[in-house]
Design a binder for this molecule. Structure first.
Ligand code: ATP
Ligand code: K
Ligand code: MG
Length: 660
């Protein structure tokens, strides 16, 4: 299997693959290095990625984006309500999680956000397999550093539904930092501190990272989850909507398609204004047959998004403060993400940090590349230089339990904000029976939106009273793992026993080498000795295995359906092409190889087949197209055969002539 890294962006997704000679970015079916993050539904099949983008404007209600924003959330989450300005489709509740209601294969159907993301990943998998000509199973996925446990598990579920194995999740900025650190050399004993700023379409993150040879350590991260290019597009669209009300007496808010077209054009305009001082906006017949046009200059744009720009320094300030570095200790500031192309953004950041910015990384591909590297590190077949990376915990995690008599503690903040990730902590509880431990985020208010602060429950089974009838100590290994997931690694009983331990003798100077005849000294110490390993049953926000299995089957079925529709379309095109091709050739290339009778019969058949194609054959089955093709080819093939036979004889005759 290939070693694949995927950066699921809110607009575009980038896929990189690690091979023996290095890391490459994959191109999709239309040779683009990124693929629109959209899933759409049609009367027969789904459209995913490029094909979803192509039909978006004519099928707005059934074209869904913003998947990474809504996954793992409930419909009532204010974050989901916020997304409504960017999602034209109908959001619905499906057993407590958010989903969409769409028209698919002629029926109203609902899908959860997790399923939609699975569909998308399934397409990304197909694109990658086609390009690298290898099966793809193991992947490393980038996630926003502000994702909670529930969002991370939902993404992993989506990966599983797409028949992928997400071996690890890496925070987006950390992935970029990895691709920065892996291919650089840092002088022995020196540390280089770099601030990474990623401003994409929907989100903005800052990470302060310390590099040494062969390793990196994230010191702090901060986010503005409502800061990205789309906020600019939205502000501009609202501005023009107002302008068009006065100027043209139309309200694009009343027309989904019109609004969406203005949004698309304002994004274009925004990009032009990154390079030029002024830019035009022209849309023909936007609604009610009205053509609109406008101009905007860069100053006006900056004025319009001033409230946003004013927020720009906040995450920078927070991250640098939490890293405990002074501005002098920061060696460089690296920018990634599409929106860092905006001049006002660059200026504001540069002014704040008081130094020029660097653009060493490929701003669109660094995250995917870093993920591919991490995936390669897990691959048994690829040789990768070892690279160590350490992240930070965003949200404080507390574990809690039902206290037994005499126990005064019922909960403990185990992984505070900014704690190292991965990390393990062992706690001891005295228990002589099955018991539960739960984990939750300590401060629900710090979570992005109304996400459930509940993380998981672990039932720890099999602890029994000791011979003396006491509850044994149960040692529980609590962990935040490399993917940022909160888990319990293992639990075991331990008893304190007195053991004899050798005493290190501190030798006096001049005594080296002197043989000692005394037996080594020992002393008695009390030590925890590990006894029984306890079974753990884990419940999290992830999907149950049986539900997941059903969704995997459903996804496979939809992939089959899409393939069948594409095959049918191919057969139809082949038939159509055959008709036109043979109609021409029978009068020309093959004219001498059929009798007049044959020709006239064949012509009639071709005409009939064409009429059929535009009538009931417009929407026929794959086997009908094949049958029609075979019917025509039964005659056409014979004629064609005679032509090739004659050609062959001609060539042989020429060859004999040359040989003579
Ligand atoms: P996210 O990281 O938020 O999930 P993403 O990774 O898809 O989203 P990027 O690909 O980093 O986002 O950036 C896309 C954004 O960058 C879009 O809003 C786009 O309009 C903006 N953008 C791209 N090029 C330019 C440019 N030249 N000037 C201004 N904005 C640009
Ligand atoms: K991207
Ligand atoms: Mg991004």
């Amino acid at each position: 299997s290939g070693s694949v890294g995927i950066d699921i962006g809110n607009t575009n997704t980038v896929v990189a693959v690690a091979r023996n000679r290095g890391i490459d970015v994959i191109v999709n079916e239309v040779s683009n290095r990124s693929t629109p993050s959209l899933v759409a539904f049609g009367p027969k099949s789904r459209f995913i990625g490029e094909s979803a983008k192509t039909q978006e404007i004519t099928n707005l209600k059934n074209t869904i984006g913003s998947l990474k924003r809504i996954i793992g959330r409930s419909l009532s989450d204010p974050e989901v309500q916020y997304e409504k300005r960017f999602i034209a489709g109908e959001l619905v509740d499906i057993n407590g999680t958010v989903g969409v209601k769409v028209r698919y294969q002629g029926e109203e159907t609902t899908f959860t956000a997790t399923q939609l993301l699975a569909m998308y990943l399934s397409k990304i998998k197909a694109i990658t397999q086609a390009e690298i000509k290898m099966p793809v199973t193991d992947v490393v996925l980038a996630v926003p550093g502000w994702y909670t446990d529930a969002q991370r598990r939902a993404l992993i579920d989506a990966g599983h539904i797409a028949s992928l194995n997400p071996v690890r999740l890496v925070n987006e900025s950390t992935a970029a930092a990895i691709s920065y650190g892996v291919f650089r050399t840092f002088p022995e004993g020196q540390t280089k501190n770099v601030v990474f700023v990623d401003i994409g379409h929907s989100s903005y993150s800052v990470s302060v990272v310390a590099f040494k040879q062969g390793e990196l350590k994230v010191l702090a991260s901060a986010y503005d989850i409502h800061f990205g290019g789309r906020e600019f597009d939205h502000a501009l669209t609202e501005f023009f909507a107002e302008q068009f009300k006065e100027k043209y007496k139309i309200d694009v808010h009343e027309n989904l398609k019109a609004y969406s077209r203005v949004m698309t054009q304002t994004e274009r305009l925004k990009k032009i204004l990154s390079a030029n001082a002024t830019a035009p906006l022209n849309i023909e017949s936007v609604m009610n047959d009205v053509d609109v046009s406008a101009m905007l200059n860069r100053n006006e744009l900056e004025e319009l998004v001033k409230p946003l720009l004013d927020r720009l320094v906040v995450p920078l300030e927070t991250a640098i403060k939490e890293s405990k570095l002074s501005f002098e200790e920061i060696d460089s500031v690296e920018l990634i993400g599409g929106s860092t192309r905006v001049p006002a953004i660059k200026e504001t950041i540069s002014n704040f940090v008081g130094k020029p910015l660097s653009f060493t990384l490929n701003q669109d591909e660094a995250i995917a590349r870093g993920c591919a590297f991490v995936c390669a590190s897990h691959s048994p077949t690829l040789r990768v230089r070892p690279y160590k990376y350490e992240d930070v915990n965003q949200y404080s995690v507390t574990f809690q339990w039902e206290p037994v008599e005499g126990e005064d503690l019922s909960e403990l903040e185990v992984f505070p904000h900014n704690n190292v990730v991965p990390s393990t902590k062992i706690i001891t509880l005295f228990r002589d029976d099955t018991f539960d431990i739960e984990a939750r985020y300590t401060y629900p208010d710090t979570l992005p939106g109304a996400l459930n602060p509940w993380i998981g429950r672990w039932t720890i089974k099999g602890a029994k009273p000791t011979e003396k009838g006491d509850a044994p100590a149960v040692k529980i290994r609590l962990r935040t793992d490399h993917s940022g997931l909160v888990t319990i690694d293992s639990a075991y009983t331990a008893v304190e026993e007195t053991v004899e331990e050798p005493v290190e003798e501190t030798k006096k100077e001049g005594e080296e080498g002197k043989e000692s005849n005394e037996s080594p000294k020992t002393r008695s110490v009390k030590k925890w000795v590990r006894k029984d390993t306890l079974a753990i049953i884990h419940g999290s926000t992830a999907l149950d295995q049986s539900i997941k299995q059903a969704l995997i089957e459903k996804e496979n079925q939809m992939v089959e359906d899409d393939k069948h529709v594409a095959d049918t379309e191919d057969r139809k095109n082949a038939l159509e092409e055959y008709i036109y091709d043979m109609r021409g050739k029978i009068e020309d290339k093959y004219a001498d190889f059929a009798s007049d009778d044959e020709k006239s019969k064949f012509r009639t058949m071709l005409d009939a087949a064409e009429d059929w194609l535009y009538d009931e054959g417009e929407d026929a089955t794959k086997s009908q197209y094949i049958a029609k093709y075979d019917e025509l080819n039964a005659i056409g093939g014979v004629i064609k055969g005679r032509y090739f036979q004659a050609e062959q004889e001609k060539r042989e005759a020429e060859q004999r002539k040359r040989d003579e």
